[in-house]
Structure formats: structure tokens, C-alpha cells
Design a protein around this ligand. Structure first.
Ligand code: ADP
Ligand code: GLC
Length: 482
């Protein structure tokens, strides 16, 4: 099959969260299965790989609803997969991907609508017709509707669309102008198409027009059909239920693998765990935590957003630090109020907690490697990658029972000594406090169990091959070949 991934993030070029981590290994796994896989994303100002790109000759004509625009198509290869960048400075020559300084760009719907239209016009320009355009979250959510037009490029007549929900919370709102901007007809302004509450809801449009819908874990696929998790689109999902499938993300073991990780001062594995101690010492030194390898370190690496439930952690952290002999290393950024709260706690508990505000790829690897536990109290979590990274780095996850966290972590059973982490059901201050206490007691009082859990966690198989097979099945079904 010819498969084109249309995405707003793709590591190492552009990454804000998990979406960037997911695209390259999934594409690589599909390529390994023999498919012709390509990736396309905008050429953001922050992407400085241009020197290694070749320019595809001739400007590419983009047929917007209001007339034509000209963009440059750049091409490179990542893991032997062609990666295309759409260069159009008016929208993309900026430092951020979605925004800067905590604020989204005011013209985001225009930027990504333009990108979607450009993805369609790429087929004729390259004389390459994908069988499947695999779209991801609202930034590429107009593509399924554009593919439903009979004015689309002829070469795409048989092309089908898949829409993957990585996060139901972000819908992408636009005014009615989006229709004329992209060349969609006025009748798309309808509650059964893209209109919702007097605006265009791009996610809703994608859910209506995509041939198949996937999301990134089995549990989340069920959750989003309920009012609690559906963000107002649960009815659309119930309506499309037979076309909705949950496929769990995997781990990119070329990048997230403690045995070969180039960001670590010493590598390690389940069979040879010695290097983890060095990573812990390094982490303590680098973050100014007191240098004692017997104290358990709890790590956090996260976007600071409501979704991640870190406000609950802030509520209880002072008590945890007062009552338990533990250390915390926190890395993240986002909600300024949360940033201040964490920094305030650090100023009161110096040596016991370190808070780094910002995005730091290297430190994120070191925290996974140097910690003993990893905390994810997410309110909802479509899949979550960090709990999987932490397991294979031997740092036991402490997670709220939701979405992909349930699907990937096995709760500790004290009777049998089995499990790979600690799960709590209610997202309350006391439940999180008690679960951190449970983890801490396991570390100090049942070291045999702790080591057993760590071994089981590190040996979990999160490779992409299995999930890629499930995607292949969906693609074939979409093309009527199952
Ligand atoms: P989400 O996509 O909702 O943010 P995931 O767990 O799927 O959550 O993926 C988050 C990814 O982003 C992980 O690779 C994580 O290490 C990375 N990440 C998040 N915040 C930071 C940060 N401040 N610095 C470095 N990496 C980060
Ligand atoms: C989203 C979700 C996260 C998921 C990631 C990749 O950002 O919040 O749970 O792991 O996408 O699919």
C-alpha cells in the first residue's frame, strides 16, 4: 500500500508531545512490512534541517478556495522514509508549532487548513497517489472532508482517509470562512458535517468524513464514547462506533532504549542494571538533589496542562516531602500557575525536589533512567508514552486508572509480588498521596518485590510491530480488501 502520514509533529523535526514520537516508528514498522510509506509536515521556522533537504523542483500550486498559492516542497529521508516539508513562510516561518509563550497563534485554523489543502495538492505535484492518507488530530482534520469533494485532484479518486485521535480535548475551531478558504462547499456548514455550536469544529468534521477512525488505546476508544471523556463529541463517536478502533501506541526502541540511549552517562538493561545507579547519581548531581543513592527518586516529565492532573500532585507534594524519605525530579512547562507552584515547592524543599521549567530532551531521558518511580496522575490519557518509557527504564509508574495507562501498566499485587507499577482509581489528593506512600513502602520494606517489579517492567514488550499490523488491517479494510 501507499501510505501518506499527514502530521503537525514528527520527531526529530518538530515535537510538542507524544504525537511527534509516534509517527516515525509507526511509519518505519509499516515500511518494514513492505509498504510505501511517506510523511508530510509543515516546514516550521524551528526546523533547521533544510541543508540536508532537497528542493522538489518547481513551486507547488495549492488550490485554495479563494485562488491559488505557491509553496515549496522540500524532501529528505529519515530512517529511509521520505519526509516532505511544505514550506510556506506566511504561516510556518515562526518559532513555535502551535504557538509561543503559552499562547496559540491566532491564525492556527488558517495555518493548518492551508497545510491540509497542500497535502491534497502534493499528490498531483509528485504524481504519486496514496491509497491511504493517515491524518492525526485536528491540525490534519480537514483532509477527510477535502477528500470527500468531487473537485479534489483526480489522482486521489481512490484515496481513503484514516483519522487518528491522539487527544479528544483539542477540536480546532474556525469560523465559517474556513469553508471558502479551503474550497469546501457551504453545505458542510451543517450539524451532520462540520458545524457545531455556531462554529466549524474541525475534529467533528474529521470524525464525520474519515473512512475509519482510530485512537491510541483500547480503553480510550471506549471512554470517548461517554459524556465524561467525549468532550461533546461522544454522540458522533457512538454514531461511528463500528468504524472506531483503539490501537495502543508502542515505544520507539531506537530512541527510548536504556541499553543504547546516547543521552545517558552509562547504559543498562534488565540483565545488567548497574548503569542505572550511575544515572541516578548523575541525576542527583545535575539537579542539585542530595547525593544519596538509597533514597527513591520520583520523576515527572510532562506538559503542564489540566489533562495531566499535576495540580493534584502539587496539592500533596509538600506533605509527601515532609512525611516520606523521597526525592522528586520534575521537568515540564505549560500552565504558568503550575510552574509557579512547583517552583515554590522547590524553594521550600531544596535538595529534596528539583523543578526544571522548559523542554529538555536530554534531561527527559536522564529522569526516566535515574528515577525509581514515575508519577502520572492524568485526568485522562489517550495512551501516554512516558509510563511505557519509565517501565523499560526500570522506573515504576504510579498512574491514575484511565485510558492507555490502564492498558499498559499492571498493578502491583502484594500477594503474588507481581506487577509493573502502581494504579489508583480515584483522582483525589488522598488516593495519590496513599499510592505514593504505597510505592515508597514497597521500596523500603519489600525490596525483593521492588526488584521483581522492576525486572518485569523492564522486560515488557512495547515494540511497534504488533500495533503496525493492526493499522495494516484497518488500512486494508478501508480499501475493501479485508
Ligand atoms: P502527551 O503527548 O499528552 O504530552 P505522552 O506521554 O504521549 O503525552 O508524550 C509526551 C512526550 O513528550 C514524551 O516523549 C515526553 O518525554 C515528552 N515531553 C513532555 N514534556 C517534556 C519536557 N518538558 N521536556 C522534554 N520532553 C518532554
Ligand atoms: C496525545 C495524548 C497521549 C498520547 C499521544 C500520542 O498527546 O495526550 O496520551 O500518548 O498523543 O498518541
Amino acid at each position: 500500500m501507499k501510505i501518506l502520514f499527514a502530521t503537525s509533529e514528527c520527531s526529530p523535526y518538530a515535537k510538542v508531545g507524544g504525537l511527534g514520537d509516534v509517527i516515525p516508528p509507526l511509519a518505519a514498522a509499516l515500511k518494514k512490512m513492505g509498504h510505501d510509506v511517506r510523511i508530510v509536515l509543515p516546514k516550521y521556522g524551528s526546523i533547521n534541517y533544510v541543508s540536508r533537504c532537497e528542493v522538489v523542483e518547481g513551486p507547488m500550486i495549492i488550490n485554495m478556495g479563494y485562488g491559488t498559492e505557491f509553496a515549496q516542497l522540500l524532501r529528505t529521508k529519515h530512517r529511509n522514509i521520505p519526509v516532505y516539508f511544505i514550506e510556506f513562510d506566511r504561516y510556518f516561518a515562526r518559532h513555535g508549532i502551535y504557538g509561543e509563550f503559552g499562547h496559540g497563534y491566532h491564525d492556527n485554523w488558517e495555518r493548518f487548513a492551508f497545510f491540509c489543502r497542500a497535502v491534497l495538492d502534493m499528490g498531483p505535484f509528485l504524481n504519486w497517489a496514496p491509497d491511504i492518507i493517515h491524518t492525526n488530530d485536528w491540525p490534519t482534520g480537514i483532509i477527510p472532508a477535502l477528500l470527500s469533494l468531487h473537485t479534489k485532484p483526480n489522482i486521489l479518486n481512490d484515496t481513503k482517509s484514516i483519522f487518528t485521535i491522539h487527544n479528544m480535548a483539542h477540536h480546532g475551531y474556525a469560523s465559517q470562512d474556513l469553508l471558502r478558504f479551503t474550497g469546501l462547499y457551504d453545505h458542510y456548514w451543517h450539524p451532520f458535517a462540520m458545524e457545531a455550536c455556531g462554529a466549524i469544529n474541525v475534529m467533528k468534521g474529521a470524525l464525520q468524513f474519515a473512512n475509519k477512525i482510530t485512537t491510541v488505546s483500547k480503553t480510550y476508544a471506549e471512554e470517548i464514547k461517554t459524556a465524561e471523556y467525549g468532550h461533546g463529541l461522544d454522540n458522533v463517536l457512538k454514531y461511528r462506533a463500528k468504524d472506531l478502533v483503539g490501537i495502543c501506541n508502542g515505544v520507539d526502541t531506537d530512541v527510548w532504549n536504556p541499553a543504547i540511549d546516547k543521552f545517558l552517562p552509562e547504559n543498562f538493561s534488565a540483565q545488567s542494571i548497574g548503569g542505572k545507579k550511575t544515572c541516578k547519581q548523575h541525576l542527583q548531581r545535575e539537579l542539585g538533589l542530595s547525593n544519596d543513592s538509597n533514597i527513591p527518586i520520583f520523576g515527572v516529565v510532562s506538559r503542564f496542562f489540566h489533562q495531566k492532573g499535576l495540580d493534584i500532585l502539587c496539592n500533596i507534594l509538600p506533605d509527601v516531602l515532609r512525611n516520606m524519605n523521597v526525592q522528586f525530579s520534575v521537568l515540564g512547562s505549560g500552565d504558568q500557575h503550575l510552574e509557579w507552584k512547583f517552583q515554590d515547592i522547590m524553594s521550600r524543599f531544596g535538595g529534596q525536589v528539583s523543578v526544571r521549567i522548559g523542554f529538555d530532551e536530554q534531561l527527559s531521558h536522564l529522569i526516566e533512567a535515574g528515577s525509581d518511580f514515575f508519577v502520572m496522575p492524568s485526568r485522562y490519557e489517550p495512551c501516554g508514552l512516558n509510563q511505557m518509557y519509565s517501565m523499560i527504564y526500570g522506573s515504576l509508574p504510579i498512574v491514575h486508572a484511565t485510558g492507555g495507562l490502564i492498558d499498559t501498566v499492571d498493578n502491583y499485587d502484594e500477594l503474588t509480588g507481581t506487577g509493573t507499577g502502581f494504579i489508583f482509581n480515584d483522582l483525589t489528593d488522598s488516593a495519590l498521596y496513599n499510592t505514593i506512600g504505597w510505592a515508597c513502602a514497597t521500596y523500603y520494606d519489600r525490596p525483593g518485590d521492588f526488584e521483581k517489579l522492576r525486572q518485569s517492567a523492564m522486560k515488557k514488550d512495547f515494540s511497534w510491530a504488533k500495533s503496525a499490523k493492526e493499522y495494516e488491517k484497518i488500512y486494508l479494510a478501508t480499501m475493501g480488501k479485508s
